[in-house]
Design a protein around this ligand. Sequence first.
Ligand code: DAH
Length: 337
Amino acid sequence: MKEKIESLRQEIESQIQLTETGRALYELKVKFQTELKGIMAGMKNLTKEEKPLFGKVVNEFKQSMEAQFDSRAVVVKEMELKAQYEKERIDITMPGKSYKAGALHPITLVKNELIDIFSGMGFEVFEGPEIETDYYNFTALNTPKDHPARDMQDTFYLADNLLLRTQTSAGQIRVMEKQAPPIKILSPGRVFRSDDDATHSPMFHQMEGLVVDKGITLCDLQGMLQEFAQKMFTSSTKVRLRPSYFPFTEPSVEVDLSCSECGGKGCRLCKGTGWIEVLGAGMVNRHVLENCGVDPDEYTGFAFGMGVERIAMLKYGINNIKTLFENDTRFLEQFED
Ligand code: DAH
């Protein structure tokens, strides 16, 4: 019996030292208790005199082993905690993941700058609908059906009378119908034309301006354009008006700015002319005023319309309009503030 106890002690003691988890220690303890039960079962074969002595030995053995299990349990618990901390450790010196902040698109930048410049001159912003009726986009703008000027803009029709607006000029009518002069509005927005090459996109942005009041002349238009050009480009930028034709203005002009690249000497950008065409403008045609219930003998006005993409391309030296719509972040990143 004694040898059995001794060999069990040796076996369990050496194994206790090898346990590293609470589970292993628990399993070892169960094994020990089973073996001990076997030893105690052998007691029934002992004599009356032997029994108390052996009982004492077994008890002491049991207590000493349990003490060892308890003290190992403390060690194992610590080992387990350490292993868990190690596993969950956060390396605070590791660089964080950086998420890039977005920035405004160059079209938005130019649009905002235009609004800034013109609101500084007293213009208020009006935004008209992108889906227009034939009346607002053409007829009221002195371009009735079969008017040859309709061919100047390839139109996307949605229905007989409904179209994607080809020009923000449609907004002029909407404003004049609702509001009596004096009028001074700026109308930004998307326009649509069946047109597609390096300098044209089927969808692009325009900025329309309209001023109607008593005594407005072409000189007012010219002065205002001069102010706009110098603020948008450089303080030495000059403005030139050339005769042109738009059905809704009379007289109509094409507005050129002195080339910001060469200062007017002539370069590739301005094709050697020293001038760059940037917008259309003119004195509001009296028929347009009449269509909106404004008396052309009492009031006069000027209007202008420019392509926002064109301004952005000139300002930032962009040579293909498509880059403005591809959303390539390598291109867009260049416009971050
Ligand atoms: N709507 C014209 C276009 O899209 C641009 C334009 C020309 C607007 C003359 C005007 C203007 O207001 O007076 O080509």
